[in-house]
Design a protein. Sequence first.
Length: 484
Amino acid sequence: MAANTFEAWMVANLDWLSGWPREAAISGALVALAFGAAHVARLVWHRVLLPVARRTPTPLDTTLLTAAERPMTRAVTLLILYAAARRLAELPPLSGSLSGRILDGTFYALVVAAVTRLAVAAADGLSRWYLADVASRTASALDEHFVPVIGKLVAVTAYFIAATVVLDHVGVNVTALVTTAGVASLALALAAQETLSNMFAGFTIMLDRSYRVGDRIQLPDGTTGDVQEIGLRATKILSFDNELIIVPNKEMASSRILNQNYPDLRVKVRVRVGVAYHADLDHARRVMLEACLNHPKVLKDPAPAVYFTDFGDSSLNLLAICWVADYRDRFSVLDELNVAVKKRFDQEGIEIPFPQRDVHIRTAPQTGYTLPAAHPPAAAPLPAGGDAMPRQKMTEADIQAALQGIPGWARQGDALVRTFEFGSFREAMAFVGQVAQLAEAANHHPDILVRYRKVTLTLSTHDAGGLTRHDFNLAERVSRLAGV
């Protein structure tokens, strides 16, 4: 309006000129007015508006004025310049010609672009104020993700409207253009289905807030890591191996995700251990409970507990359950509890068994199997006629006297029993082989039980109906064979 008022005043005061000189003078004055108005606008901005805005309690007006300063001066300048260009385009030499339309259309497009840039700058300043002053005080990170996206959508929409206004001004059929843009948008949407699916899934994740940046989550395949970024297309997860895993949002939205940060940072720690079948379960549970209670990072509420879970193949399985305040301490606490339980079990004499198999060997006269030579010394040869030694049942007095001559052996009913322990499983099996050879030579069929490094022998002459001298003789030779 200032440009039109100034233009009317110039026309009234330059009536003594006519033709090109008069129009050139008016246009030149308008150009001078454009740059002068821009200078005055900057002075008003810095000397009046910004000082007043800085004294207000909210930084919103300061942010908006700072963001709109340069676009405003450009818009004012181009608006007045457009008035001068339009006046020149309406002169008889240019009126209705291609050059006149180009001149008018060019400055019209510049004015529309300047006004659009002013609107976008104001929206950008508003979003920056919101992120700095409002979003920082909210508990949700949703606005920090959405506000920049909304700002970009506002900018794209504003420039699209500006383009349609300019095209309509120069006589282009905007309706056909909008229809074409709609068809192109549909084709683009069909071609980018996966991308759009991931984008909508990203919006859903941000709205639902099933996990946030910094949360530790576990994927369906067992991968665990910390969420680094939730983007429009994918979620980035940093694994424990310092590898960045990029998962499309579509998969994240449709998968079963375990979030360790919800409902709070507490996490359960499970310590599993097996004890021998002959162990005192109450004592073992008490030792495990004390190890949990003595750890500084184990919470007292909920209180730790120890349970007897099941009967294993070679152990009675116990489970200790306790809680720690932060899931980030889970692995370190589990390691320290395992070490503490092992040390306490060693101190209390509680055995932690390992998987083992019992091997029962019954010798037979027809056997011809021979194991490799063993470390123990070879058995002494039987005296002549050993096979035909009498196998008559001994009296109780003879049995008690004979037991004193074979220390380490025990009587169990009508049998002699003793357990030998060796340094390795190989030595134990070598001993079994030599015992089998010795028993075969003596026409005896002992029962042999192998438990890893332990060998238990049971000697009895079943056809005699009780212990015989033959059993005691074989026991004595087995003892010498074992070197004891």
